[in-house]
Structures are given as structure tokens and as C-alpha cells.
Design a protein around this ligand. Structure first.
Ligand code: SF4
Ligand code: SF4
Length: 348
């Protein structure tokens, strides 16, 4: 039985050959793109439902398949310290190598038999130019399992002066990670918990791979922000969230987005307690300069200047006032504070 859509009967599926780590033995394709290391029989897909085996060839039938294309506030990614207040063209994919039971995008991440359309990389970039979007986000489900298309699209975007933003679970091995991060300008990477067992047994991922991906992103010079969805009965203990904060504190200027969960897909625990989320954020602020909360009422997510304390960016949901910032001058990467002139931790 097939574990993905029937590629013979769906005209949008392009049988593009895989580049990454596909080896064939006895008709089986062994994919090493991510730590799942699927061995895929002919006619089937790997666990991500994106990468398949057609008669002994590693195939990505979803090359260029866009499940969504929309302009969003960049704060929605969430990215708070990169091009603040800008709009970003957001390209959605399909499928995912993880199987988070609380996935809030499960309709496109856990099912690839969905509506969408084929878009060449240059069409995506043309759309960004038409919309005056300074950046493109690769998002909604997991872009990394579309590594070949991602690299093609990112290269064309850079040729046209458009920045690449990756919104990802960070769970691929080093070779693909290195190539993709070398074309990435900013990334929001999930750190879903700090338990190797939870990553492997419940989410289908690998904590160490994610930690290495984050470290490589820093080393490559990518602007990095980290997201953690606080999910009751999964990661909502002070100890576990403090361990996440301790890891991020290796770079204390890294923004950490702590978001409240609501029941979805296969997880029925009650929504995250806002008071717990705020307490966790308060503790993390003892180690990290910027901790933001999401999906709770009355969020106070302003960014102060690290030098004089003046408000650089005011945020009320997705209403953003970046009037406290002065844009980077020629060749500079970081904005400056309008009040004291100091270099901020916000880049453009
Ligand atoms: S990328 Fe997909 S096919 Fe490859 S190992 Fe990961 S889940 Fe399996
Ligand atoms: S990594 Fe993200 S898209 Fe994939 S299953 Fe988990 S929450 Fe959903």
C-alpha cells in the first residue's frame, strides 16, 4: 500500500531526482537527509511523505509544489529582530519529517494529498519583486525536506537581492544543513523541548541534530531566533524549559519566542496556562536579553535598547512601531538606537 499520493495520477507532481544522500540497494532507497534515515521501497515515500522511490530512483515529486503563497508580517514567522515591521512573501510547502502530535499545521504537514500549485523558483522570486517584499520565508510545513527546491529558490532570490528566511524544525543532517544555511539570512528554528526521548519517541526527531543545526546557523552568520511551543504534558516543566533557556543563553542576544499551545491534531491537553508562560518568560529573562510570548492575551513584547533602555520597537499583536530604530547605514548590518545611537541586536 502507498503511504503518499499516487504520483501516476496527479499531473502536478514533478518527478525530480533527489540530490541528497539517496543510495539504492536492492531496489530500496536509503535517504539520509534527516536522522530518520528511511529505507523506502519502490512506489513508496519516506516518513516525510515528500521523498520517494520510483523504480529504484530517489524522487521528489513535490519539487516546486507550493501549498500556499501569501504576504505576512515578518513578526508572524515569528522574527522580531530582522527587518522589523516589514512584510514578507511566505511560501508554504507540504509534508514534514517530524510527527508532532500537537502540530498546528497538521493539514499540510501530515498529509500531502492536498491542493496546491507548481511554482518555478523564478516565479516565486518574481512574486516577491512584484510585492516589494525584501525577503522570502520558506515556512508553514517543513521546508528542509524540500532541500533541492529550497536551494534553487534561495539562489535565485539572492541573485535578485532578496533575503532568505527559513522557518524550520532544524532537523536535517550536516551536509544539507551547511548548504542551506549558507544561503539563509535569517531563521526561526524550533527548539521543541530539551529531552532526547521526547524528540525521538513522540516527535520523530533528534535533539542533538537540532542543537547542531542551531550551532551551525550561528557559525554561518545567520540571524537566528528560537521558538518553543509550550505544550502541557510534553515540555511544560520549569526544569525542561530552563534547560532550553540555558542552551540559548550561550548567545544571550538570541530572541526566544515562547508560545502558548491550543489543542489541535492529536493532543487534547488544555491550552497553556498564560500565567505559567509569563513566569517562564520572566525566569528566562534573567539569562536572555529578549524573551517574547505569543498566543496569549495582553502580550507586552516591546524591545528595549540594550544600552539606554529606550523602546526600539513597540508591538501590539502584529501592529509594529519601529520608530525607535535608525536603519543600518551603508555596509552596516545592525540598526542603531534613535535615542542613544548605540548598536542594537536588530539586523536588516
Ligand atoms: S527526509 Fe524524509 S525520506 Fe529522508 S530520511 Fe527524512 S523523513 Fe525519511
Ligand atoms: S515540525 Fe512543525 S510542521 Fe512538522 S509536525 Fe512538528 S509542528 Fe508540525
Amino acid at each position: 500500500m502507498k503511504n503518499g499520493p499516487d504520483w501516476e495520477s496527479q499531473p502536478f507532481l514533478l518527478l525530480h531526482q533527489t540530490r541528497f544522500f539517496a543510495e539504492e540497494t536492492g531496489g530500496l532507497i536509503h535517504c539520509g537527509l534527516c536522522p530518520r534515515g528511511c529505507s523506502i521501497k519502490s512506489g513508496n515515500f519516506g516518513a516525510c511523505r515528500v521523498r520517494g522511490n520510483k523504480k529504484g530512483r530517489g524522487i521528489i515529486p513535490f519539487y516546486g509544489f507550493a501549498s500556499a503563497l501569501a504576504m505576512d508580517p515578518i513578526e508572524k514567522k515569528p522574527l522580531y529582530h530582522f527587518l522589523p515591521g516589514s512584510a514578507i512573501l511566505s511560501l508554504g510547502f507540504t509534508g514534514c519529517n517530524l510527527r508532532c502530535p500537537f502540530c498546528q499545521n497538521w493539514r499540510i504537514s501530515q498529509d500531502t494529498d492536498i491542493q496546491g500549485r507548481y511554482m518555478k523558483p523564478k516565479e516565486v522570486v518574481s512574486a516577491a519583486l512584484r510585492e516589494n517584499s525584501p525577503s522570502i520565508a520558506y515556512t508553514y510545513s517543513e521546508p528542509l525536506v524540500h532541500a533541492e527546491y529550497l536551494l534553487d529558490c534561495m539562489s535565485v532570490a539572492h541573485k535578485h537581492g532578496i533575503a532568505n528566511v527559513l522557518v524550520s524544525n532544524g532537523c536535517v543532517k550536516a551536509e544539507a544543513a551547511g548548504e542551506i544555511l549558507s544561503l539563509t539570512d535569517a531563521a526561526n528554528i524550533d527548539l521543541k523541548c530539551f529531552s532526547p526521548e521526547t524528540y525521538s519517541k513522540i516527535l520523530g526527531g533528534d535533539l542533538q541534530t537540532v542543537l547542531e543545526f542551531i550551532a551551525l546557523a550561528f557559525k554561518t552568520g545567520v540571524h537566528v531566533e528560537i521558538s518553543t511551543l509550550v505544550v502541557p504534558d510534553l515540555n511544560d516543566t520549569e526544569e525542561e524549559l530552563d534547560r532550553c533557556a540555558d542552551f540559548i543563553a550561550g548567545r544571550p542576544e538570541t530572541p526566544w519566542h515562547l508560545a502558548a499551545y491550543h489543542p489541535d491534531y492529536r493532543w487534547n491537553a488544555p491550552p497553556t496556562d498564560p500565567a505559567f508562560l509569563l513566569r517562564t518568560a520572566g525566569r528566562a529573562r534573567e539569562k536572555l536579553r529578549y524573551v517574547y510570548t505569543g498566543n496569549i492575551p495582553a502580550e507586552q513584547n516591546d524591545t528595549p535598547c540594550p544600552h539606554c533602555g529606550a523602546i526600539l520597537v513597540r508591538r501590539r499583536a502584529y501592529r509594529v512601531d519601529a520608530g525607535g530604530l535608525v536603519s543600518p547605514a551603508g555596509g552596516e548590518r545592525f540598526y542603531r538606537c534613535a535615542a542613544c545611537g548605540g548598536k542594537t541586536d536588530i539586523s536588516g
